[in-house]
Design a protein around this ligand. Structure first.
Ligand code: BGC
Length: 369
């Protein structure tokens, strides 16, 4: 079968023939219909991230997936050919209590693998096999947008965790509040836009920043959902004196992360989801001021990575909510669909202002469109 193959840490990606997977007891065989391209994929192709499976010279790339079941092992219940499906990304170490509870996003040993990222084959291939433990049913009405589920799960977890941190104070005097809580989203790629959508349905007054003016598709989408867009190409000064209860970061830009910490209100939380480059040169930070404010204003900085299947299930519910509230908005996030053969070009081009490029792998999947 055809697959997008990388050989980390060597840069580059190619579409190659690889052996197809074969169905074993306890497994489901899935045709990959679509696979989204994200910053992590680009970092792997640039040679900055990623790891081939043990004993394999290459890694099949891709983790943002949508597929259709082709075949089911006789001992598997609950799945049938033709079902639409999204698979989770991380596979636990099996050694700690979190991984044993299918919560490998909280793995404590670090000995997990991630399909398409580190140590396990990904989904930019015509087929994969998987245990139902890691498969999530997609209701057919969501099939045109369900390739956005995996990036949404990153946001589901980040917002859930950030909200838990904000709620750490227990009951707030004067609840219910008279004004909506405020949130800032940094970055308007798919993760940032999905964060804006989720925070809107969670009742936040949302502002999102990027490095572009109001003419991009992302800025227009933000206007449509009633969020405020600000061009921060010249820095977060564009926000004036505004500060926010919850800040969700989706860029991985190190100096911006520190600027965002200064944008927290007292008792606020900054959740980082972008993955900074560990080899980036040291950054100068006014550490005294930052840490002093953190203490004196009860603020929290937290990181959030990956997502377990509970966030995939929450994401399915919220995709439906977004579709009902803003019909067509999710579809408009998919700014390009390209054939698998174009993967090497797509993975090395960057088009500022685009939200999500999706590779079409097996159009329609097993049972046709
Ligand atoms: C993926 C996560 C993964 C993380 C770190 C992200 O792009 O969406 O599933 O855990 O990269 O590898």
């Amino acid at each position: 079968m055809r697959a997008v193959v990388v050989r980390p840490p060597a840069p580059g990606a190619a579409v190659e023939e690889v052996p197809p997977p074969s169905l074993a007891p306890g497994e489901v065989l899935v045709d990959v219909v679509e696979c989204g391209v994200c910053g992590t994929d680009r970092d792997i192709v640039a040679g900055k991230y990623g790891r081939a499976p043990a004993g394999s010279p290459y890694l099949v790339l891709g983790h943002e997936n949508l597929g259709r079941v082709r075949a089911v092992a006789p001992d598997v219940a609950g799945w049938a050919p033709g079902d639409w499906v999204v698979a989770t990304v991380r596979r636990g170490c099996g050694e700690d209590r979190f991984c044993r509870a299918n919560r490998s996003d909280e793995c404590e040993t670090g000995r997990f693998t991630e399909r398409g990222i580190g140590g396990a084959p990904g989904y930019m291939a015509e087929q994969y096999v998987e245990s139902p433990t890691y498969l999530v049913h997609v209701p057919p009405p969501l099939r045109a947008v369900a390739v956005l589920l995996e990036p949404l799960t990153i946001v589901e977890k980040a917002v859930f965790m950030g909200q838990r941190v904000i709620d750490r104070r227990g009951t707030t005097p004067g609840d219910p509040p008279t004004e909506p809580p405020t949130a800032l989203v940094a970055g308007t790629g798919a993760v940032g836009i999905l964060a804006a959508l989720l925070l809107k349905v969670r009742g936040y007054d949302v502002t999102a920043i990027d490095r572009h003016d109001d003419t991009t598709p992302a800025a227009r989408l933000l206007a449509r959902i009633g969020a405020t867009h600000r061009d921060a190409a010249d820095g977060v000064g564009t926000l004036g004196d505004d500060r926010y209860e919850l800040v969700v970061e989706a860029t991985g830009a190190i100096s911006l992360d520190f600027d965002l910490a200064h944008r927290l209100r007292p008792n606020g939380a900054l959740v980082l989801t972008g993955i900074p480059d560990a080899a980036a040169p040291p950054t100068s930070v006014r550490a005294g001021e930052l840490l002093r404010t953190l203490v004196l204003e009860n603020q929290a900085l937290l990181g959030s990575v990956n997502a377990n299947r509970t966030y995939f299930e929450a994401g399915i519910r919220d995709l439906t909510v977004f579709e009902e509230k803003w019909p067509g908005v999710l579809a408009s996030m998919i700014t390009a669909r390209r054939p698998l053969a174009d993967a090497p070009a797509v993975l090395t081009d960057r088009h500022p202002g685009t939200m999500k490029t999706v590779l079409t792998v097996v159009p329609g999947g097993a049972a046709g469109p």
